[in-house]
Design a protein around this ligand. Structure first.
Ligand code: SAH
Length: 363
Protein backbone atom coordinates (compact mmCIF):
# COMPACT_ATOMS: atom_id res chain seq x y z
CA UNK A 1 0.00 0.00 0.00
CA UNK A 2 3.01 2.29 0.34
CA UNK A 3 2.82 3.52 -3.26
CA UNK A 4 -0.88 4.41 -3.22
CA UNK A 5 -2.14 7.94 -2.90
CA UNK A 6 -5.62 8.95 -1.90
CA UNK A 7 -7.14 10.86 -4.79
CA UNK A 8 -10.13 12.18 -2.94
CA UNK A 9 -11.95 11.21 0.21
CA UNK A 10 -15.48 9.99 0.78
CA UNK A 11 -17.48 7.29 -0.93
CA UNK A 12 -16.34 8.15 -4.47
CA UNK A 13 -12.64 8.19 -3.71
CA UNK A 14 -10.39 6.58 -6.26
CA UNK A 15 -6.81 5.45 -5.79
CA UNK A 16 -3.90 6.01 -8.10
CA UNK A 17 -0.44 4.53 -8.12
CA UNK A 18 1.98 7.25 -7.12
CA UNK A 19 4.61 5.78 -9.46
CA UNK A 20 2.56 5.32 -12.69
CA UNK A 21 -0.37 7.61 -11.94
CA UNK A 22 -2.75 4.91 -13.32
CA UNK A 23 -5.97 4.12 -11.45
CA UNK A 24 -5.79 0.87 -9.51
CA UNK A 25 -8.51 -1.68 -8.96
CA UNK A 26 -9.04 -2.23 -5.27
CA UNK A 27 -11.74 -3.63 -3.05
CA UNK A 28 -13.96 -1.46 -0.90
CA UNK A 29 -12.27 -2.85 2.22
CA UNK A 30 -8.80 -1.91 0.92
CA UNK A 31 -10.12 1.50 0.01
CA UNK A 32 -11.42 2.04 3.55
CA UNK A 33 -8.10 0.95 5.05
CA UNK A 34 -6.14 3.36 2.88
CA UNK A 35 -8.56 6.14 3.66
CA UNK A 36 -8.20 5.60 7.40
CA UNK A 37 -4.42 5.35 7.21
CA UNK A 38 -4.15 8.48 5.12
CA UNK A 39 -6.52 10.40 7.39
CA UNK A 40 -4.58 9.22 10.43
CA UNK A 41 -1.31 10.40 8.86
CA UNK A 42 -2.80 13.77 8.02
CA UNK A 43 -4.13 14.27 11.55
CA UNK A 44 -0.90 13.01 13.07
CA UNK A 45 1.09 15.43 10.94
CA UNK A 46 -1.18 18.30 11.86
CA UNK A 47 -1.12 17.47 15.56
CA UNK A 48 2.62 17.12 15.61
CA UNK A 49 2.88 20.56 14.07
CA UNK A 50 0.30 22.02 16.42
CA UNK A 51 1.52 20.63 19.71
CA UNK A 52 5.16 20.00 19.35
CA UNK A 53 8.31 21.85 18.71
CA UNK A 54 11.15 20.35 16.79
CA UNK A 55 12.83 19.26 20.00
CA UNK A 56 15.95 17.19 19.66
CA UNK A 57 14.52 13.71 19.44
CA UNK A 58 15.56 11.55 22.34
CA UNK A 59 14.11 8.14 23.05
CA UNK A 60 12.15 7.92 26.29
CA UNK A 61 14.91 5.94 28.07
CA UNK A 62 17.49 8.53 26.90
CA UNK A 63 15.27 11.35 28.06
CA UNK A 64 14.61 9.77 31.46
CA UNK A 65 18.27 9.00 31.98
CA UNK A 66 19.14 12.59 31.08
CA UNK A 67 16.52 13.94 33.51
CA UNK A 68 17.76 11.67 36.31
CA UNK A 69 21.38 12.72 35.71
CA UNK A 70 20.47 16.39 35.46
CA UNK A 71 18.72 16.34 38.86
CA UNK A 72 21.26 13.97 40.45
CA UNK A 73 23.92 16.50 39.55
CA UNK A 74 22.16 19.81 40.15
CA UNK A 75 19.84 19.23 43.15
CA UNK A 76 22.59 19.71 45.76
CA UNK A 77 23.62 23.13 44.53
CA UNK A 78 19.99 24.18 44.04
CA UNK A 79 19.15 23.19 47.62
CA UNK A 80 22.17 25.04 48.97
CA UNK A 81 21.22 28.28 47.26
CA UNK A 82 17.40 28.08 46.98
CA UNK A 83 16.29 25.49 49.53
CA UNK A 84 13.82 22.63 49.24
CA UNK A 85 11.46 24.02 46.55
CA UNK A 86 12.54 23.65 42.93
CA UNK A 87 9.87 25.74 41.28
CA UNK A 88 8.98 29.34 40.38
CA UNK A 89 7.87 31.83 42.99
CA UNK A 90 4.58 33.74 42.81
CA UNK A 91 5.10 37.52 42.83
CA UNK A 92 2.90 40.59 42.92
CA UNK A 93 3.12 42.06 39.38
CA UNK A 94 2.35 45.55 40.76
CA UNK A 95 5.21 45.60 43.23
CA UNK A 96 8.71 46.73 42.30
CA UNK A 97 10.22 44.71 45.13
CA UNK A 98 10.10 40.97 44.48
CA UNK A 99 10.63 40.31 48.19
CA UNK A 100 11.85 37.02 49.58
CA UNK A 101 12.07 34.32 46.90
CA UNK A 102 11.56 31.35 49.22
CA UNK A 103 8.37 32.97 50.52
CA UNK A 104 7.33 33.48 46.90
CA UNK A 105 7.75 29.75 46.30
CA UNK A 106 5.46 28.93 49.23
CA UNK A 107 3.01 31.51 47.89
CA UNK A 108 3.06 29.64 44.57
CA UNK A 109 1.87 26.47 46.32
CA UNK A 110 -0.84 28.30 48.30
CA UNK A 111 -2.10 30.35 45.35
CA UNK A 112 -2.21 27.26 43.10
CA UNK A 113 -4.24 25.29 45.65
CA UNK A 114 -6.61 28.23 46.12
CA UNK A 115 -7.03 28.73 42.36
CA UNK A 116 -7.82 25.03 41.89
CA UNK A 117 -10.35 25.22 44.75
CA UNK A 118 -8.82 22.35 46.72
CA UNK A 119 -11.06 22.04 49.77
CA UNK A 120 -9.57 22.82 53.17
CA UNK A 121 -12.40 21.79 55.47
CA UNK A 122 -11.96 18.71 57.63
CA UNK A 123 -14.50 16.64 55.73
CA UNK A 124 -13.37 17.35 52.17
CA UNK A 125 -9.66 18.17 52.34
CA UNK A 126 -7.36 15.70 50.56
CA UNK A 127 -6.15 12.85 52.76
CA UNK A 128 -4.06 11.10 50.15
CA UNK A 129 -1.76 12.99 47.80
CA UNK A 130 0.68 11.98 45.09
CA UNK A 131 3.48 14.42 44.26
CA UNK A 132 4.40 13.57 40.67
CA UNK A 133 7.95 14.77 39.93
CA UNK A 134 8.65 15.70 43.54
CA UNK A 135 12.21 17.05 43.51
CA UNK A 136 13.49 16.79 47.07
CA UNK A 137 9.96 16.91 48.42
CA UNK A 138 9.32 20.56 49.30
CA UNK A 139 5.69 20.35 48.14
CA UNK A 140 5.19 16.81 49.48
CA UNK A 141 6.06 17.86 53.03
CA UNK A 142 4.13 21.11 52.73
CA UNK A 143 0.98 19.29 51.61
CA UNK A 144 1.40 16.58 54.27
CA UNK A 145 1.48 19.26 56.97
CA UNK A 146 -1.24 21.44 55.50
CA UNK A 147 -3.81 18.68 55.09
CA UNK A 148 -2.46 16.17 57.60
CA UNK A 149 -2.32 13.94 54.53
CA UNK A 150 -0.48 10.84 53.52
CA UNK A 151 1.80 11.78 50.60
CA UNK A 152 3.57 9.54 48.12
CA UNK A 153 6.26 11.31 46.13
CA UNK A 154 8.00 10.14 42.95
CA UNK A 155 11.01 11.37 41.03
CA UNK A 156 13.34 9.93 38.41
CA UNK A 157 16.40 10.96 40.40
CA UNK A 158 17.69 8.51 43.04
CA UNK A 159 19.71 11.34 44.65
CA UNK A 160 16.55 13.42 45.04
CA UNK A 161 14.63 10.47 46.52
CA UNK A 162 17.43 9.86 49.04
CA UNK A 163 17.74 13.52 49.96
CA UNK A 164 13.95 13.89 50.19
CA UNK A 165 13.78 10.90 52.52
CA UNK A 166 16.56 12.31 54.73
CA UNK A 167 15.00 15.80 55.06
CA UNK A 168 11.62 14.23 55.75
CA UNK A 169 13.09 12.12 58.56
CA UNK A 170 14.80 15.22 60.02
CA UNK A 171 11.45 17.00 60.02
CA UNK A 172 9.70 14.05 61.72
CA UNK A 173 7.41 13.39 58.75
CA UNK A 174 8.57 9.90 57.72
CA UNK A 175 5.25 8.32 58.65
CA UNK A 176 3.28 10.52 56.28
CA UNK A 177 5.65 11.20 53.36
CA UNK A 178 7.25 8.47 51.31
CA UNK A 179 9.66 8.77 48.33
CA UNK A 180 10.22 6.40 45.44
CA UNK A 181 12.17 6.48 42.22
CA UNK A 182 9.41 5.93 39.67
CA UNK A 183 8.20 7.12 36.29
CA UNK A 184 5.22 9.47 36.20
CA UNK A 185 3.95 7.61 33.14
CA UNK A 186 4.00 4.24 34.91
CA UNK A 187 3.21 5.08 38.48
CA UNK A 188 3.56 2.27 41.01
CA UNK A 189 0.11 3.02 42.42
CA UNK A 190 -3.36 1.51 42.13
CA UNK A 191 -6.18 3.11 40.21
CA UNK A 192 -8.03 5.77 42.17
CA UNK A 193 -5.59 6.00 45.07
CA UNK A 194 -5.27 9.77 45.56
CA UNK A 195 -7.60 12.62 46.51
CA UNK A 196 -5.08 15.10 45.12
CA UNK A 197 -2.74 14.49 42.20
CA UNK A 198 -0.11 17.24 42.30
CA UNK A 199 2.41 17.97 39.56
CA UNK A 200 4.46 21.12 40.20
CA UNK A 201 6.75 21.92 37.28
CA UNK A 202 7.34 18.36 36.16
CA UNK A 203 4.90 18.19 33.21
CA UNK A 204 7.38 19.92 30.91
CA UNK A 205 9.66 16.87 31.25
CA UNK A 206 6.98 14.36 30.27
CA UNK A 207 7.38 12.65 26.91
CA UNK A 208 4.68 11.58 24.49
CA UNK A 209 2.65 14.72 24.76
CA UNK A 210 2.36 14.26 21.00
CA UNK A 211 1.23 10.70 21.31
CA UNK A 212 -2.07 10.28 19.59
CA UNK A 213 -4.54 7.51 20.14
CA UNK A 214 -6.98 6.97 17.38
CA UNK A 215 -10.30 5.35 18.02
CA UNK A 216 -12.25 4.54 14.93
CA UNK A 217 -15.96 4.76 14.93
CA UNK A 218 -16.69 4.05 11.31
CA UNK A 219 -14.14 6.27 9.66
CA UNK A 220 -14.21 9.01 12.29
CA UNK A 221 -11.15 9.89 14.29
CA UNK A 222 -12.45 10.97 17.62
CA UNK A 223 -9.79 11.05 20.20
CA UNK A 224 -6.24 11.94 20.98
CA UNK A 225 -4.73 11.55 24.38
CA UNK A 226 -1.72 12.49 26.35
CA UNK A 227 -0.23 9.65 28.33
CA UNK A 228 0.86 11.91 31.16
CA UNK A 229 -2.62 13.27 31.87
CA UNK A 230 -4.12 9.81 31.45
CA UNK A 231 -1.81 8.41 34.09
CA UNK A 232 -2.61 11.30 36.44
CA UNK A 233 -6.30 10.58 35.89
CA UNK A 234 -5.82 6.86 36.51
CA UNK A 235 -4.36 7.33 39.98
CA UNK A 236 -6.88 10.04 40.98
CA UNK A 237 -9.72 8.89 43.23
CA UNK A 238 -13.31 9.30 42.02
CA UNK A 239 -14.04 12.99 42.51
CA UNK A 240 -10.30 13.52 43.13
CA UNK A 241 -8.51 16.67 41.97
CA UNK A 242 -5.64 16.98 39.54
CA UNK A 243 -3.44 20.07 39.53
CA UNK A 244 -0.69 20.57 36.95
CA UNK A 245 1.54 23.64 37.13
CA UNK A 246 3.81 23.62 34.12
CA UNK A 247 5.72 25.38 31.36
CA UNK A 248 3.81 25.59 28.09
CA UNK A 249 4.27 27.37 24.80
CA UNK A 250 1.71 30.01 23.85
CA UNK A 251 -1.57 28.96 22.29
CA UNK A 252 -1.55 29.17 18.52
CA UNK A 253 -3.63 31.86 16.85
CA UNK A 254 -6.61 30.60 14.83
CA UNK A 255 -4.84 30.92 11.48
CA UNK A 256 -1.53 29.47 12.71
CA UNK A 257 -0.45 25.88 12.14
CA UNK A 258 2.78 26.20 14.03
CA UNK A 259 5.00 28.45 16.10
CA UNK A 260 7.47 30.50 14.06
CA UNK A 261 10.87 28.97 13.16
CA UNK A 262 12.58 31.45 15.53
CA UNK A 263 10.27 30.41 18.36
CA UNK A 264 10.89 26.73 17.65
CA UNK A 265 14.62 27.33 17.64
CA UNK A 266 14.52 29.02 21.04
CA UNK A 267 12.46 26.19 22.55
CA UNK A 268 14.79 23.62 21.05
CA UNK A 269 17.75 25.15 22.87
CA UNK A 270 15.82 25.10 26.14
CA UNK A 271 14.79 21.47 25.54
CA UNK A 272 18.39 20.53 25.01
CA UNK A 273 19.61 22.19 28.22
CA UNK A 274 16.81 21.04 30.55
CA UNK A 275 16.00 17.61 29.12
CA UNK A 276 12.57 18.50 27.86
CA UNK A 277 10.67 16.75 25.10
CA UNK A 278 8.23 18.56 22.81
CA UNK A 279 6.18 21.31 24.45
CA UNK A 280 2.45 21.84 24.17
CA UNK A 281 0.10 24.71 24.85
CA UNK A 282 -2.35 25.22 27.73
CA UNK A 283 -5.25 24.60 25.31
CA UNK A 284 -3.72 21.25 24.34
CA UNK A 285 -3.81 20.21 27.98
CA UNK A 286 -7.42 21.33 28.32
CA UNK A 287 -8.50 19.45 25.19
CA UNK A 288 -6.71 16.33 26.32
CA UNK A 289 -8.16 16.47 29.84
CA UNK A 290 -11.65 16.92 28.41
CA UNK A 291 -11.16 14.18 25.84
CA UNK A 292 -10.47 11.62 28.57
CA UNK A 293 -13.59 12.54 30.48
CA UNK A 294 -12.16 14.74 33.21
CA UNK A 295 -14.61 17.28 34.66
CA UNK A 296 -14.40 20.96 35.60
CA UNK A 297 -11.31 21.44 33.46
CA UNK A 298 -9.82 24.93 33.57
CA UNK A 299 -6.50 26.58 32.85
CA UNK A 300 -4.80 29.86 33.64
CA UNK A 301 -1.79 31.78 32.42
CA UNK A 302 0.27 33.02 35.38
CA UNK A 303 3.26 34.24 33.39
CA UNK A 304 2.85 37.76 34.77
CA UNK A 305 3.15 36.44 38.36
CA UNK A 306 6.51 34.75 37.85
CA UNK A 307 8.51 37.47 36.05
CA UNK A 308 11.17 38.07 38.77
CA UNK A 309 11.99 34.38 39.12
CA UNK A 310 14.52 33.63 36.36
CA UNK A 311 16.43 36.91 36.75
CA UNK A 312 16.77 36.02 40.45
CA UNK A 313 18.03 32.53 39.61
CA UNK A 314 20.58 34.11 37.26
CA UNK A 315 21.80 36.46 39.98
CA UNK A 316 22.13 33.57 42.44
CA UNK A 317 24.09 31.51 39.89
CA UNK A 318 26.56 34.39 39.56
CA UNK A 319 27.07 34.67 43.32
CA UNK A 320 30.23 33.18 44.79
CA UNK A 321 28.31 30.24 46.23
CA UNK A 322 26.49 29.74 42.94
CA UNK A 323 29.62 29.82 40.79
CA UNK A 324 31.48 27.49 43.12
CA UNK A 325 28.51 25.11 43.18
CA UNK A 326 28.23 25.15 39.38
CA UNK A 327 31.89 24.34 38.95
CA UNK A 328 31.52 21.48 41.44
CA UNK A 329 28.30 20.14 39.92
CA UNK A 330 29.54 19.69 36.35
CA UNK A 331 28.79 20.41 32.73
CA UNK A 332 25.10 19.44 32.66
CA UNK A 333 24.36 21.94 35.41
CA UNK A 334 26.49 24.63 33.78
CA UNK A 335 24.58 24.09 30.53
CA UNK A 336 21.34 24.52 32.50
CA UNK A 337 22.67 27.77 33.99
CA UNK A 338 23.60 29.08 30.54
CA UNK A 339 20.04 28.46 29.36
CA UNK A 340 18.47 30.67 32.04
CA UNK A 341 18.68 33.71 29.78
CA UNK A 342 16.72 31.78 27.14
CA UNK A 343 13.88 31.27 29.62
CA UNK A 344 13.81 35.02 30.28
CA UNK A 345 13.72 35.66 26.52
CA UNK A 346 10.94 33.11 26.06
CA UNK A 347 8.75 34.81 28.65
CA UNK A 348 9.54 38.29 27.30
CA UNK A 349 8.51 37.26 23.78
CA UNK A 350 5.23 35.81 25.07
CA UNK A 351 6.33 32.40 23.81
CA UNK A 352 6.69 30.63 27.16
CA UNK A 353 3.65 30.52 29.39
CA UNK A 354 3.56 29.57 33.04
CA UNK A 355 0.36 27.57 33.00
CA UNK A 356 -1.95 25.92 35.47
CA UNK A 357 -4.42 23.23 34.52
CA UNK A 358 -6.83 21.65 36.93
CA UNK A 359 -9.55 19.02 36.59
CA UNK A 360 -11.64 16.65 38.64
CA UNK A 361 -12.14 12.96 38.03
CA UNK A 362 -15.77 11.95 37.68
CA UNK A 363 -17.28 10.44 40.81
N1 SAH B 1 7.97 19.46 42.00
C1 SAH B 1 9.27 19.68 42.57
C2 SAH B 1 10.42 19.46 41.60
C3 SAH B 1 10.34 20.11 40.24
S1 SAH B 1 11.77 19.72 39.26
C4 SAH B 1 9.31 21.04 43.20
O1 SAH B 1 8.48 21.87 42.86
O2 SAH B 1 10.18 21.29 44.05
C5 SAH B 1 11.13 18.45 38.16
C6 SAH B 1 10.99 17.10 38.82
O3 SAH B 1 10.28 16.25 37.91
C7 SAH B 1 12.28 16.35 39.17
O4 SAH B 1 12.16 15.80 40.44
C8 SAH B 1 12.32 15.21 38.14
O5 SAH B 1 12.97 14.03 38.59
C9 SAH B 1 10.85 14.96 37.96
N2 SAH B 1 10.50 14.21 36.75
C10 SAH B 1 10.69 14.55 35.48
N3 SAH B 1 10.24 13.60 34.65
C11 SAH B 1 9.71 12.62 35.42
C12 SAH B 1 9.10 11.38 35.16
N4 SAH B 1 8.90 10.92 33.93
N5 SAH B 1 8.70 10.64 36.22
C13 SAH B 1 8.88 11.07 37.49
N6 SAH B 1 9.46 12.24 37.80
C14 SAH B 1 9.88 13.01 36.78
Amino acid sequence: MANLSLYSTGSCSSLVSSSSGRPLKITLQQKRRVYLRSAKNQVERRLSVVCSVGAKERTVPELNEGIANFYNESSGIWEEVWGEHMHHGYYDPNSKDAGDHKEAQIRMIEESLAWAGIPEDEENKPRTVVDVGCGIGGSARYLARKYNANVKAITLSPIQAQRGTAITADQGLSKSVNFQVADALKQPFSDGEFDLVWSMESGEHMPDKRKVLFLNIGSAIISRRIQFVQELARVAAPDGRILIVTWCHRDLKPAELSLSPEELELLDKICDAYYLPAWCSPSDYVRIAESIGLKDVKSADWSEYVTPFWPAVMVSALSLKGLFGLAKAGWTTIKGALAMGLMVQGYQRGLIKFALITARKAS
